[in-house]
Design a protein around this ligand. Structure first.
Ligand code: SF4
Length: 414
């Protein structure tokens, strides 16, 4: 009798396993159709050599973040030389650059593949004529109205932001803070930062401070160390966070000296912004490894971007690959209605479809929270597909990740 029961269990388990395997097959097929990672690496290596030749640099220069920063590509003639752009493409870039600044680190540009027009790297970094289309606002979050002290943005009860610079390794075309980019790179002055620190010290409910910009890791080591030291001296500050995209756009910035500073000021949470699996390169992984080994906890805040990561299989691959480099997918931001970025926008329905395609279908660790920012600086709204079908007295009707309907008693089963 027991043997019959075991056989039945085994049969049911095998049937269920087959069903689960079938669930993952479309994703695996999409991955099989993706470019071979080895080919991608070779192409990036060749592009790097070409960029070094055009810029007159060496391998040692390439590994130096100050060289990367100084040699950001911001001239359409140089870009055309590297990518082979047509005159028409150059003219369009120049037209956009009269309105919005652009700059790309040599490293990030090396990730643009031969089919540059369709490259998610190109689309995030090179000006697009659609940026000049009307509509959107430069400050949809009304951040200007949530700044009670210089460099401070405060939208929540126990945490706040200090904006320490407007500089970035690259000026992302989808940037939600493009109004801060301006015409020139500018770190916040020490007097303003001192006033921001006074604000933190005088408001004892602030327990969590996010240092961002721009890109917080474009500060000098000395300035960063000074800010972290001051924050550590304020007894009610429990954690520091750093907002940076350099692990993606200029991983050379994650130097041993910088890591030593990170190591000396725990606990530090670093949120970065990988938006596409092609950004997870060996260099990016090495940078994240160095940060993790220095004790930082890494998270990712992707932005949902049309024609870049708005396909469920791309977002799934991104989130799974992030876990492999010890970066926890934290948020997917719905793109705000920022002037000059409307061509990147998706609908919220598309965002919800992506979350539905992740939840249950892959590890919970690989499922970030989908966030829509309320207009007017009213804060983040987490959105999630509805799994509650009915909420009756003492009984809930729920939907599983596969869409199966179940009923659950909604009271303690004493
Ligand atoms: S790194 Fe961040 S702040 Fe800088 S341009 Fe990109 S999205 Fe904007």
């Amino acid at each position: 009798m027991r043997e019959t029961g075991n056989l039945y269990n085994l049969y049911q388990s095998l049937l269920r396993s087959k069903e689960l395997t079938e669930d993952v097959l479309p994703f695996l097929e999409a991955m099989n159709a993706a470019p071979d990672p080895e080919d991608v690496r070779k192409e990036a290596a060749a592009r790097k050599e070409q960029i070094l030749k055009v810029l007159g640099g060496s391998d040692a220069d390439w590994a130096n973040w100050k060289w990367q920063l100084k040699n950001r590509i911001k001239d359409s003639a140089i870009l055309a030389q590297i990518l082979g752009l047509s005159d028409m493409e150059r003219k369009r870039i120049d037209k956009v650059s009269n309105v919005y600044r652009w700059a790309i680190s040599p490293y990030y540009l090396s990730l643009v593949g031969h089919d540059y027009v369709n490259s998610p790297i190109y689309r995030q970094s090179v000006p697009d004529i659609r940026e000049l289309s009307p509509g959107g606002s430069l400050d949809p979050m009304n951040e200007a109205l949530t700044s009670p002290a210089p460099c401070v943005t405060r939208r929540y009860p126990d945490r706040m932001i200090i904006n320490v610079t407007n500089q970035c390794a690259m000026y992302c075309r989808h940037c939600q803070r493009r109004r801060n980019i301006g015409e020139v790179d500018r770190h916040s002055c020490m007097e303003d930062i001192a006033q921001a620190m006074d604000y933190v010290a005088n408001n004892t409910e602030i327990r969590d401070v996010l240092i961002t910009g721009g890109d917080a890791l474009l500060l000098s080591n000395k300035a960063l160390k000074s800010i972290l030291t001051t924050l550590d001296e304020i007894p009610h500050v429990e954690i520091k966070r750093i907002g940076t995209r350099v692990p993606v756009t200029m991983p050379q910035r994650i130097t041993p000296d910088l890591c030593e500073i990170i190591r000396s000021h725990p606990p530090i949470y670093i949120n970065t912004q990988f938006n596409h699996p092609l950004e997870i390169t060996p260099d990016a992984k090495a940078a994240c490894d160095r940060l993790v080994e220095a004790g930082a906890v890494l998270g990712n805040q992707a932005v949902l971007l049309r024609e870049i990561n708005d396909q469920p299989h791309i977002m799934r691959k991104l989130c799974q690959d992030l876990l492999k480099i010890r970066v926890r997918p934290y948020y997917i931001f719905h793109a705000k209605d920022v002037q000059g970025t409307r061509h990147f926008q998706t609908s919220i329905t598309e965002g919800m479809d992506i979350i539905r395609s992740l939840r249950g279908h892959t590890s919970g660790l690989a499922v970030p929270t989908y966030i829509v920012n309320a207009p007017g600086g009213l804060g983040k709204i987490p959105l999630m597909p509805n799994y509650i079908l009915q909420n009756r007295k003492n009984k809930m009707v729920l939907k599983t990740w596969e869409g199966k309907i179940v009923e659950i008693e909604d009271r303690p089963q004493l």
